[in-house]
Design a protein around this ligand. Sequence first.
Ligand code: HSE
Length: 305
Amino acid sequence: MVKIRIPATSANMGAGFDSMGIALSLYNYVTAEENDSGKLEIDIIDDSAKFLPTDEENLIYRSMKRVFDLTGHKCPGLKLTLENNIMITRGLGSSSAGIVGGVVAANKLCGDKLSTDEMLRLAADIEGHPDNVTPALVGGFTVNVMTRHSVRYVKTELNPDELRFAALVPDFYLQTKKSREVLPKSVPHNDAVYNAGHSALLAASLITGKYENIRTAVGDKLHQNYRKRLIPNMDSLFRLCYQKGALGVYLSGAGPTIIAIVDGSDKKFACEISGILLSKMKDWKLYELRPDNIGACVIENQQNK
Ligand code: HSE
């Protein structure tokens, strides 16, 4: 039996479309037990059970199967117990957490046949882009690019005492596919130049602690403006977060969650925004998260006991 903990992730971070992400302190858990039953049993112990398949279509199982096929591991029967705390289809990396959880659990059951880079390549291949799976696997703030044969990335640990990530999560879903369909096939050269500069500034500023640059650096012209028609109140929530002192505000992944990056010493932001949401926008809720620098990890391993 192995039990894996996998963090939520927030991709794009403004300008870093499909290429930047950060792991955050909200976790899913995958417990995998091999047995001789000849069957697959999947038990989801939270409300997401209403929405997720519990047969061979399950994303975690499909990800595990990719590892078993790749490594030649024979698995006669399997029981999975899943605890999903990352809200699904909200832009906080729930599908990447599933993929990474499945890949890491299966690799443990196989006796660690795949390296971290091989697991990452496989997870990015299943997901289609690396911006969530990389931080879900290795933790931290990551800048990632997918080549034909691998994912090239740099991970930087962010100090959880210096920065908080307030996630404003609405009660509606937004499928990534739908949120990508509203993006244009091509963009003006100026907009591409804008994002190249801003994403470089964001990475450099987070890595060197120049947090006063974050507000400028999260500026984006590749996706947020196109997506805001799918997210009622996005503009007013951005304004509200800046009024209350956020260092930077951006759409998390494909949305609809909005992330406000807040100074770690700010004691008022979360309380004030939560109060306003409760009185005026009850369909949004704030979760105060911190950077996770660990990524997916094995928290129980009883294979040889
Ligand atoms: N980079 C992706 C997007 C994240 O913005 O569509 C969602 O998976």
